[in-house]
Design a protein around this ligand. Structure first.
Ligand code: FES
Length: 155
């Protein structure tokens, strides 16, 4: 004769044990969350506020050699300023339109070059070859009293 009496001898005790298990399970999840939250918060990149500027003075006309380029900060955005062989200044966003790598002026190509995936732009900012899907955003350059100023053009 089997005795099932011991298995469910105290249904209240079983329910209490289930409740305890649920409580402990929830506690474990809460503990894990408390442990991991600061780690994820630390790894998350901080929000970078956009710094609004309307123009940036970059120096005297002769400060840059002809047929050269340099990256300047326009607020918190990188802008490439190029002094062409002719001596004219041009400026574009330095963020490649493919995956945001910083472009550079290559005088051996006479083009703006992105080393990440071999993207190239002509000196009008248009895509010459490679994966970039769109032209570089153009910035204006003004020269007044021998001082070169880069400014954001109205779009
Ligand atoms: S990020 Fe410039 S070509 Fe890919």
């Amino acid at each position: 004769m089997m005795n099932n009496h011991s298995e469910n001898s105290n249904p209240g005790k079983t329910k209490r044990r289930d409740f305890l298990n649920i409580l402990l399970g929830g506690g474990f999840i809460a503990w894990l969350g408390a442990l991991l939250y600061p780690v994820f918060k630390y790894l998350e990149p901080p929000e970078v506020e956009e710094v609004k500027v309307s123009n940036v003075k970059i120096g005297a006309v002769e400060d840059m050699q002809k047929d050269s380029g340099k990256i300047i900060k326009f607020g918190n955005k990188p802008v490439i300023v190029i002094r062409k062989k002719s001596g004219d200044y041009i400026a574009f966003s330095a963020e490649c339109t493919h995956l945001d790598c910083i472009v550079q002026y290559r005088k051996d190509y006479g083009q703006i070059y992105c080393a990440c995936h071999n993207g190239r732009y002509d000196l009008n900012g248009r895509v010459a070859s490679g994966p970039p899907p769109a032209p570089l955003k153009k910035y204006g350059v003004a020269i007044k009293n021998d001082e070169v100023t880069v400014f954001e053009e109205a779009s």
